[in-house]
Design a protein around this ligand. Structure first.
Ligand code: GFB
Length: 320
């Protein structure tokens, strides 16, 4: 049997600040920390507005976290990205710059910055290795968000080079799961379709509309798998390159829609609205670096979607 990988960094007995603990990802990271007996340091937006430099620095001076997991971000699906370019660029840039600078000034021992697979060029080689970054033009619907997240990766690299700071950057594929945003227009595809299929079932609507052609392929990572990956990377990795977090498999949006139709027990038809954008044709991540570090996602798409729908039925998530 292979030797278990040696930990480079021990989270035990550390004060771990999870920025963005009310979001889907931050909440999952708090659950993963709780499983290891770690009670994270968290703060509401009223306590610290991470878009403001002075507030962020005052918070770090006061609370002195030793580890920072930067899961705070302004996020949304393809339509929200397209409709609110300033919000996606400005807010995410400010959050990244303020938190990373405050961490450096206040002696943080280790920081993980979270981004997204949309940082890669629209026509990146598939599956996408970490080296594809900045090799081509971005997908226009999400370039604002992507530029902010690429800047976060570059900040991490710059602080590593200039200060020898132990900071890493992690790029998950499309995330879904408990605590998602169910806004009818601004959500990501999984949450948007769970809601639409559920409502169509209740109202007896004959069909459900899926945006775009249904042909784009996406890789969906269950949020609790992502959280485990983040903690695993904190413990086992340090290095300049960001790391991909994904499952290594993808599905078409049409197949995803059929799966959600089955899970929600909706019996009507699917219709595709070609007037809506498809976005990137494909963004399947090469996950071999994380696999070599001893991590892999364990939740199948079917099981993850069933858990996400159960959470929706319980009233979980935002914008219900
Ligand atoms: O989830 P989504 O908005 O993320 O859309 P992206 C994925 C695909 O699903 C697109 C289609 O081809 C959409 O056209 N789709 C079909 C839908 N029906 C729906 C629906 O009801 N709602 C939504 N939202 N999509 C985002 C980026 O891109 O991915 C973000 O804009 C971020 O910046 C995120 O990176 C992970 O994969 O297209």
């Amino acid at each position: 049997m292979a030797e278990p990988l040696r930990k480079l960094f021990d989270l035990t007995n550390r004060s771990v600040y999870v920025a963005g603990h009310r979001g889907m990802v931050g909440a999952a990271i708090c659950r993963a920390l709780a499983d290891r007996g770690i009670r994270p340091l968290v703060a509401t937006r009223a306590e610290v507005d991470l878009e403001r430099q002075d507030a962020t620095e005052a918070f770090f001076r006061r609370r002195r976290p030793q580890v920072v997991i930067l899961a705070a971000a302004h996020v949304g699906g393809i339509k929200a990205n397209n409709d609110f370019p300033r919000d996606f660029l400005y807010k995410n840039l400010m959050i990244a710059a303020n938190v990373i600078e405050a961490a450096q000034r206040n002696g943080v021992l280790k920081l993980a910055f979270l981004g997204s697979s949309c940082i890669y060029p629209k026509f990146a080689k598939q599956p996408i290795t970490e080296d594809e970054l900045l090799t081509g033009a971005l997908e226009p619907t999400n370039e604002w968000y992507a530029i902010a997240k690429i800047t976060g990766i570059k900040l991490v690299q710059a602080y590593r080079r200039q200060y020898d700071a132990d900071m890493i950057a992690l790029m998950p594929s499309n995330l879904y799961g408990p605590g998602d945003n169910y806004h009818p227009e601004h959500s990501h595809v999984v949450a948007g379709l769970i809601r639409r299929f559920h409502e169509a079932k209740l109202s007896g609507a004959p069909s459900v509309t899926i945006w775009g052609t249904g042909t784009p392929r996406r890789e969906f990572l269950y949020v609790d798998d992502c959280a485990e990956g983040v903690l695993h990377a904190l413990e086992h990795y340090t290095g300049e390159s960001h790391l991909n977090l994904g499952t290594g498999t993808d599905v078409t949006i049409a197949d995803l829609a059929r799966l959600i139709r089955t899970i929600t027990e909706y019996e009507g038809e699917l219709e595709f609205d070609h007037a809506r954008p498809d976005g990137t044709p494909r963004k399947l991540l090469d996950v071999s670096r994380m696999r070599d570090l001893g991590w892999k996602a364990t939740t199948t798409l079917e099981a993850g979607l069933a858990k996400a729908y159960a959470d929706f039925l319980k009233g979980g998530g935002r914008n219900r």
